[in-house]
Design a protein around this ligand. Structure first.
Ligand code: ADP
Ligand code: 5GP
Length: 208
């Protein structure tokens, strides 16, 4: 084993729908090409351009329930009247293998992972939480409308949830404000890099 061999990390990224999480993560992957990404399961339908197994595993409600029953999820939640969940197989073995894995999940999922970390020292050592915030709720609305992917009903649901999601900011270690995209990308990359350097990630004591 090399002296500075490290464990990886699981990084939870949350933020209201339309704040720019997918855009930021896409940008950061160009700066940190070795980033790994947890592909979630969802019962919502794919948007134009979304590919099964790339953005999400698109499941029927029955398929989703079967995975719940088998205990395959690290966390799962009902979000915007659909179900979303993170598979253990997308995260745990990769963190153990030294990879940094991003989880784009909502506040309910972040709370479940925080709770799990309280009883698991391995998880506590390797999980971090970042909130992406909009410069204002008005700008959030214009981004979500500008994306043009949601019905009026989904828009109202997503904007109605935004304020309470942001009120949970104390759950998170860092808040990155996505105002200027370039600045927010640089901030997110800096935070992710800093997690890789934490002493807690070292696999063994050094220079003994
Ligand atoms: P999320 O994944 O959080 O739901 P998206 O990444 O889909 O959000 O972004 C929502 C919309 O806002 C997209 O149309 C995207 O191009 C746009 N957007 C993202 N970041 C910015 C930014 N910093 N400035 C202006 N528009 C942005
Ligand atoms: P969208 O439908 O816009 O892709 O995502 C809607 C919301 O679901 C976002 O807030 C996103 O973070 C959240 N989400 C995506 N995957 C998961 C997941 O696996 N678990 C949880 N709890 N939330 C998720």
């Amino acid at each position: 084993m090399k002296t500075f061999e490290r464990y990886g990390s699981a990084v939870v990224i949350s933020g209201p729908s339309g704040v720019g999480k997918s855009t930021l993560v896409g940008n950061v992957r160009k700066i940190l090409p070795d980033l790994s990404f947890s592909v979630s399961c969802t019962t919502r339908s794919p948007r134009a351009g979304e590919v099964d197994g790339r953005e999400y595993y698109f499941l029927t409600p029955e398929e989703f329930e079967e995975k719940v029953r088998r205990g395959e999820f690290l966390e799962y939640a009902g979000v915007f009247s659909r179900r979303y969940g993170t598979l253990k197989s997308e995260v745990l073995s990769r963190v153990e293998a030294g990879e940094q894995v991003l989880l784009d999940i909502d506040v309910q999922g972040a709370k479940q992972i925080r709770a799990a970390a309280e009883t698991s020292p391995e998880l506590a050592r390797s999980v971090h939480f970042i909130l992406i915030a909009p410069p204002s709720l008005e700008i959030l609305e214009s981004r979500l409308r500008g994306r043009g992917s949601e019905s009026e009903e989904q828009l109202a649901l997503r904007l109605g949830t935004a304020r309470s999601e942001l009120a949970n900011y104390r759950l998170y270690d860092y808040v990155v404000v996505n105002d200027d995209l370039e600045q927010a990308t640089a901030d997110l990359a800096a935070v992710l890099r800093s997690f890789r350097l934490l002493t807690g990630t070292l696999r063994q004591e050094i220079f003994r």
